[in-house]
Each structure stands twice: as C-alpha cells, then as structure tokens.
Write a protein that binds this ligand. Structure first.
Ligand SMILES: Cc1cc2nc3c(=O)[nH]c(=O)nc-3n(C[C@H](O)[C@H](O)[C@H](O)COP(=O)(O)OP(=O)(O)OC[C@H]3O[C@@H](n4cnc5c(N)ncnc54)[C@H](O)[C@@H]3O)c2cc1C
Length: 466
C-alpha cells in the first residue's frame, strides 16, 4: 500500500510492481503529486519561458535587432512581451498531461490506483476514503508513506489566492504582476524572483538573511545577487516580513523594522510543512521529529516494522529526485532486492535561476570549517571561450578533491544550463574518479564543459587554486 502519488510514491510503485508485488496506491489530488501539479514541473515550465525572455533581452549584445514597429529605442525587451495567460495555459496543460502519462504507466504496470485520502489503522492496514465518499480498508504487508509537503503559511500574511499568493496560486494568474514582492530568498523564492523579473515584472525580493540563497554556496549566491541587482531587481537583505495585507488592488508588506513595501502581488515562499497530520501515525510506532517530519533511516524505514516513508514528508532533502530514490530504496529493501543506502553526498541539485546554480558533494562551508580536508579550484566563466562567444560572463566552475589522492568530492557550477553541466562531476564523485581521470576525457572545443576538465587539470598535483 502506497499513500501519496508524487515521485516518492509512484516511483516506488513501479519498483514494487517490477519486483512482483501487488501494489495499490492512494492519491488525493492527482498523480505526480505536487512535483508534477504545483511544484517542479510547473515552475520549470514557466522558467523555460523566462529563459527565452532573458535571451531576447541580452541578444542586442550579440548583434540581434528585433525592433518591432513602434517600439521605443530604449526598450530592453525590443517590443517582445509575455502573454501570461498563454504561458500558464501551457504550464497547466503540460502538468495535466504528465500526470495522465504517469497514471497510464502505473496502470500498464498493474498498479491499482485509488482516488482518495488514506490513513493508517495500525502498521498493516490502510483506510482510504474515496472521492465518492465510500471507505475501503486494505490490509498490507508493506506500507509506504509518501504524502509530501505543502507551503508554509504565516498567520500575519493570510493568502487570498489573488494578490497574496503561495506558489500553488501562481498558475491561475492571467496577467503579469506589475510589481511582485517575493518574501523568502531560499531556492523557491529566488527561482520565482528570477523568473518573474525575466518575464517583465518589477520584482522586490525580501530576504531575512544577509544574502539570497542562504543554504547554497556563498560565492554562487553572490554571483546571483549581483546579477539580480544589475538587472534591476530590488533585493532587501536582512529584512524580515512581519505582515502582508491587501490594500485595494495591491498589497502592503510591513517589515519587522516598520518599513513598508508596496506591490501589486506578494508571493510567500517561506518554506514547507510535511503532510503528516491526520495520517493515523499514532496507531503505529512511526515517529516524527519536532518539525513533524517522519523519522527514517537511509533505507527509508520508519520506527514501525513494515512501514516505510519517502520524500518531503521525511524532511531528508526536499527534491523530487531524492523522493523518487527514497521510494525505490524502500521497495528494494522491503522486497529483498539489492539495495545501497541513500547517500546525500552524491545528490546533485540545481537552482533554476538565471544563471543556474548546480551543486554536488561536499560544500565550501564543510571545507572551510575543516570538516572535510580538500583542495579546490575556481574557474571563472568569463575565461571560457564558448561563454565569451555566447556573451555569458556570470558564473564559475568550482571543484573540490581529496588533498592526497585527488579523488573528486564536490563541485559547484554557476552557468546557463548548469543543471546539464554538473553531471560529469556527479559521475566522478559516485565512481570515485580522480581529477586526473576526469581531465583525461575529451571535451568538445569550444564548450562550457571544457571548464570542468580544465578545473580538474588545474588540480593535478597538490596545490589549491582559488
Ligand atoms: C516551487 C517548487 C519547485 C520545485 N522544484 C524542484 C526541482 O526543480 N527539482 C527537484 O528535484 N525538486 C523540486 N521541488 C521539490 C519537489 O517538488 C518535491 O521534493 C517533491 O514533490 C517531493 O515528492 P513527494 O513524493 O515526497 O511529494 P509530493 O510530490 O508532494 O506528492 C505527495 C502526494 O501525496 C498526496 N497525499 C498527501 N496526503 C495524502 C493522503 N493522506 N492520502 C492520499 N494522498 C495524499 C498529495 O496529494 C500529493 O499528491 C520543487 C518544489 C516546489 C514547491
């Protein structure tokens, strides 16, 4: 029995079925979960349009002239504008189609799908309340909880879905916010601030910390903050939002120090809450931590025998890729297949801003704090021939390796499409390749990946280059 049909749940269902299990999955809102319907897929689809706008805006330097009739000479968008209702229609269409594709795949693999809400009644029984109001109690040898998370709300900033929004509301907008205040400068806040700025909104990013992206590599975050301000975004650092209220056709955000910021819309991106209430966990030995996340080990076991948990409801690392892997690991373990415990040091992740920030392995913080001894190199993108040709100056490749053996243990790439460039570093880490092995492979000339090989080449020997 699988509760929740996001990546944690549906990937587990596919593995369980492949291994010969009889699988039933209960999903409340739609297959694919928030990853497909309100989180990853819609946001990255919106960002695809934002990327095109950034390219248009920056194309003049490459000699492109798009001057539309009647367009002002100093219009940085060359008269090119975004039709947000068309963009959002595409976003929602893509999400719905992907959800349907997942349903089809699961049915093809003989997974029974129940439309409804489930709770546990002891560790071996799931009670599903179906959309037609009926209840079904189902016995299970193995239960996987993969119920995800939802946006955190603030009592002093009540959402209205029109002007004061969570990320779930964004795709109902039919017009581009004139002035969007984004509260929260973590990954979600930074991504939407970057996207709406590119789409043409005037964006104010309210950050309670010293800099944007407090959880990411500090050098990468600095590049991004510089780019944000250069593009005209207002970044308010060390500014905690105390309240958000509606005022006529707009919103007023009051900061903790009494300053106020006015805008047409406010997006709250202040974290997520695990969906673990009302699940009947008290009828089992499943434990939650003080944030309400389900406590699991590295093979996704909870404290209750036979009950596993995966994804955002565990608070391990809020990524679709991690949710999916936790779900698969749970089923491999439960059904007796070969299984390697989850290793977070091999997880690559990406912030889909412009430029993107991709990271894998040990962090600069761990190296600076001497938690992990390492040598490192940083190569600025502006020295890369392909980047010069494409007019890209912002970004770098950073590589960490073990001091003595030269084995690659971490990396950060800040570049356009960094999400595609991080893979060789990820592969080097998981396969324990040395910097010499990484640099021995050919890269295309000219290419951004050339900087990865070059960074590895510079780490040959014993010196650190910063
Ligand atoms: C704006 C945004 C952008 C993101 N971008 C990325 C990205 O680029 N890359 C990335 O890797 N991650 C990204 N994430 C994170 C990613 O979406 C989550 O980590 C992922 O969705 C977690 O998967 P999950 O299966 O744990 O939960 P979910 O995807 O949330 O699915 C859980 C499902 O369980 C269902 N459910 C809950 N309770 C019950 C119940 N009692 N009975 C039945 N069903 C129930 C819910 O309806 C939901 O469909 C993003 C998140 C957000 C919010």
């Amino acid at each position: 029995m699988i509760v929740g049909g996001g990546p944690g749940g549906y990937e587990a269902a596919l593995v369980a079925s492949q291994l010969g299990g009889s699988v039933t999955l209960v999903e409340d809102e739609g297959l694919g979960g928030s990853a497909v319907l309100t989180g990853t897929v819609p946001s990255k689809t919106l960002i695809a349009t934002a990327d095109v706008m950034t390219e248009v805006r920056e194309s003049a330097e490459l000699g492109v002239r798009l001057d539309a009739a009647g367009c002002a000479d100093d219009d940085p968008d060359h008269g090119v504008a975004v039709d947000l209702s068309a963009v959002n229609a595409r976003v929602l269409d893509l999400a719905t189609t992907q959800s349907a594709d997942i349903a089809e795949r699961l049915r093809a693999e003989h997974v029974t799908i129940l439309d409804g809400r489930a709770r546990l009644d002891g560790p071996e029984r799931v009670v599903a309340t179906l959309k037609d109001g009926t209840e079904q109690a189902l016995d299970a040898d193995i239960v996987l909880i993969a119920t995800g998370s939802r946006p955190r709300e603030l009592a002093t900033a009540p959402l209205d879905g029109e002007r004061i929004l969570s990320w779930r509301h964004l795709y109902a907008l039919t017009e581009l916010p004139e002035r969007l205040i984004v509260v929260g400068s973590g990954v979600t806040g930074a991504e939407f601030a970057s996207a709406y700025d590119a789409l043409g909104s005037d964006v104010v990013l309210v950050s309670s910390r010293d800099r944007v992206l407090p959880g990411e590599d500090a050098d990468a975050a600095q590049v991004l903050e510089d780019v944000f301000t250069r593009r005209g975004m207002t970044v308010l650092s060390r500014s905690r939002a105390a309240s958000v209220v509606r005022s006529g056709d707009g919103v007023v955000v009051t900061l903790a120090d009494g300053r106020t910021v006015e805008g047409s819309h406010c997006l709250l991106a202040v974290g997520s809450i695990p969906n673990t209430e009302g699940l009947g966990l008290e009828t089992t030995r499943v434990e939650t931590d003080r944030n309400g996340s389900i406590v699991v080990d590295r093979v996704s076991r909870t404290k209750a025998r036979g009950v596993y948990a995966a994804g955002d409801c565990t608070g391990v690392l809020p990524l679709a890729s991690v949710a999916a892997m936790q779900g698969r690991i749970a089923m491999w373990h439960a059904l007796g297949d070969a299984v390697a415990p989850l290793d977070l040091l091999t997880v690559s992740s990406n912030v889909f801003t412009t430029p993107e920030i991709a990271t894998v392995g040990v962090s600069q913080q761990q190296v600076d704090d001497h938690v992990v001894p390492a040598r490192q190199v940083v190569l600025r993108l502006r020295g890369n021939p392909r980047a010069k040709m494409q007019g890209n100056r912002d970004g770098f490749v950073k590589l960490f390796c073990r001091s003595v053996t030269g084995i690659v243990i971490g990396g950060v790439v800040v570049a356009p499409r960094a999400s595609e460039l991080i893979y060789p570093i990820s592969l080097a880490i998981s396969q324990r390749l040395t910097v010499d092995q990484l640099s021995a492979s050919f890269t295309v000339y000219p290419s951004l990946s050339g900087s990865i090989a070059e960074a590895a080449r510079r780490l040959h020997g014993t010196r650190s280059i910063t």
